[in-house]
Ligand binder design. Structure first.
Ligand code: F6R
Length: 609
């Protein structure tokens, strides 16, 4: 996820671009850059790190010009560095990009074959090189941009500036956002509304598969195949703070709602639907012969540890390799039995958690191979790992982890399918079915998000409670733990997660008419067993809130509330069942008036022991 910004008008572009990027910095801050056009010459400034570094550079070396583009980067392909910072230039063209070009390696070698040299490691540079190549063949800028786009697979929002044309910018998009701000004698392009609000509230949202030509006085939108699109501009009424949160009241709500897109971004370029397989070229660095590993350890902290617990079920089911899951703070201080036959999977959103990093060092000292599942690119943990599987969820700003968790689960599914296929323990037919279900999952997550009104009412009804109990079984027991953790950290209510079958060995003593018991009840082979555990709860007056994809009459009879989720395959139920728990914790926090995005005593990245 990156922030992009374009300006064309009569004012000096660089100040407007930097101002807009400041409002987009939440989308990434690994590097930043600007390009403007003066007297037919493009000039570029780029710096590593936050936008402040670019601002300082601009003080020393200002950029003139009233047409330009700017970018703040969240690294995906290529480390954060000046060479990899946008805008990317090829010949007379510069491009900024948000998204991932899946077929960039193929395009890069094709362009290199034509004698073109690349100056970055990014996927983006193939776009500027392709456009410039087409310009050299005699096309005008619009035709060259269209021809380049036709070659791209993946997701992109791009803005193109060219020395040949001082009067227009082109922008285009597939799965990532672009909004055009309409001014008087000036127009703006941005990834998100907040970047525009200092200048205009009249906006035009570009849809997937559309390209816009933006001049000082006009915007012409067409589809990629050239059909003219007419769309009425919209008037934005949000205040600037709400706008940064995409219209949501809190970053947490935004991030919960971003999950379908974040999961798609995790899968992007990795799915081989026809072959029932998953391609993970990033594992090549591990020289990953899965037959080499006789055991897998997963290590992490907090929510990421819960993802690891689910990962154990998936990996054992699809690879038949035994998996142990350890808190990183425990693993680092015991003498784990590890060697060259061990794979350690370290899961971390931030990639900076001190305990997880120490557990990685411990595993390395025993000769184990380390695979990091991480969201933040080039953070300390991925840098110390032998290989990295990035989740590409985009920055997670709210302290409580939501989209990082569901994308960690998505990455673990991808990994398990990949490993199962490599080991020959998952056949093509089952692989195809799993991949198919995974690809369909984001739309089921979207459907589940539609239960928000019902969950809001439930939150108001039970939000005064002193304690909550969460129950789950098997692969969904870790989801009970995650539900309890979300409630604790967001609303400060004491909550416990327990395996449903264990309840009678102690926690049943807690049950009375005051206790809400949230139960995860997928319609699997264990359904009747869990239902009989719930009858024990009901007999003691506990208030059952059931989350299920199988709402039977028996359940309706004993549950106070039933939240239904769509059906999916057993291994994927944890993702769907997580969504109502996140919404419930959020709504209860709102009801109790706690600080949702920054709960007390917590920090987003725990870099101390
Ligand atoms: C809970 C939460 C924490 C983190 C934990 C690990 O909502 O956010 O429990 O999951 O601190 O952080 P990372 O994943 O950055 O290593």
């Amino acid at each position: 996820m990156c922030g992009i910004m374009g300006y064309i008008g009569d004012r000096e572009a660089s100040g407007i671009l930097v101002g807009g990027l400041r409002r987009l910095e939440y989308r990434g801050y690994d590097s930043a850059g600007l390009a403007t056009l003066v007297n037919g010459q493009i000039d570029i400034r780029r710096t590593v790190g936050k936008l402040d570094n670019l601002s300082k550079l601009l003080l020393e070396k200002p950029l003139a010009g009233s047409i330009g583009i700017g970018h703040t980067r969240w690294a995906t392909h290529g480390k954060p560095s000046e060479e990899n910072a946008h805008p990317h230039r090829a010949g007379r063209v510069v491009v900024i990009h948000n998204g991932i070009i899946e077929n960039y390696l193929e395009l890069r070698s094709e362009l290199q074959g034509l004698g073109r040299t690349f100056s970055s490691e990014t996927d983006t540079e193939v776009i500027s090189q392709l456009i410039d190549e087409h310009l050299n063949q005699g096309m005008n800028l619009e035709a060259a941009t269209r021809a380049a786009i036709a070659r791209l697979q993946g997701s992109f929002a791009i803005v193109v500036l060219c020395e040949d044309d001082t009067t227009r910018l082109y922008c285009a998009k597939t799965a990532t956002p672009i909004v055009i701000g309409l001014g008087e004698g000036e127009n703006f392009i941005a990834s998100d509304v907040p970047a525009l609000l200092d200048h205009t509230r009249r906006v035009l949202f570009l849809e997937d598969g559309e390209l816009a030509e933006v001049t000082r006085d006009a915007v012409r939108v067409t589809t990629f195949d050239g059909t003219l699109v007419t769309r009425e501009p919209r008037q934005i009424t949000w205040d600037p703070i709400t706008a940064q949160k995409g219209g949501f009241k809190h970053f947490l709500a935004k991030e919960i709602n971003e999950q379908p897109q974040a999961m798609i971004d995790t899968m992007l370029g990795r799915i081989r639907q026809e072959e029932g397989d998953v391609s993970l070229p990033e594992l090549a660095a591990l020289d990953l012969d899965w037959n080499r590993f006789s055991r897998i350890y997963i290590t992490a902290c907090g929510t990421a540890w819960h993802a690891g617990l689910v990962g154990k079920f998936i990996l054992e089911e699809l690879t038949r390799i035994p998996v142990e899951v350890d808190y990183a703070s425990e693993l680092r201080y015991r003498r784990p039995i590890m060697g060259p036959d061990t794979l350690l999977i370290a899961i971390s959103q931030s990639g900076e958690t001190a305990d997880t990093l120490a557990a990685v060092e411990e595993a390395r000292s025993h000769g184990a191979s380390v695979l990091s599942i991480c969201n933040a690119v080039e953070a300390s943990i991925p840098r110390r790992a032998n290989a990295v599987l990035y989740t590409h969820a985009g920055p997670e700003i709210s302290v409580a982890s939501t989209k990082a968790f569901t994308t960690q689960l998505t990455a673990l599914y991808l990994l398990a399918i990949h490993a199962g296929r490599q080991l020959g323990r998952l056949d093509e037919q089952r692989g195809r079915a799993l991949v198919h279900d995974l690809v369909n999952l984001p739309s089921l997550v979207q459907e589940t998000l539609g239960r928000s009104k019902q969950i809001e009412k439930i939150a108001k009804k039970y939000g005064h409670s002193r304690d909550f109990l969460y129950l789950g079984r098997g692969i969904n027991y870790p989801i009970a733990l995650e539900g309890a953790l979300k409630l604790k950290e967001l609303s400060y209510i004491h909550a416990e997660g327990y395996p449903a079958g264990e309840m009678k060995h102690g926690p049943i003593a807690l049950i009375d008419e005051q206790l809400p018991v949230v139960v995860l009840l997928p319609g699997d082979a264990m359904y009747p067993k869990t239902l009989s555990n719930l009858k024990e709860v009901e007999a003691r007056g506990g208030r059952i809130i059931a989350i299920t994809d199988a709402p039977t009459a028996d359940l309706e009879e004993i549950a106070w509330e039933v939240i239904t989720v769509p059906k999916t395959n057993h291994l994927l139920t944890p993702i769907l069942l997580t969504i109502p728990l996140q919404l419930l914790a959020y709504d209860i926090a709102i009801y109790r008036g706690t600080d949702v995005d920054q709960p007390r005593n917590l920090a987003k990245s725990v870099t101390v022991e």
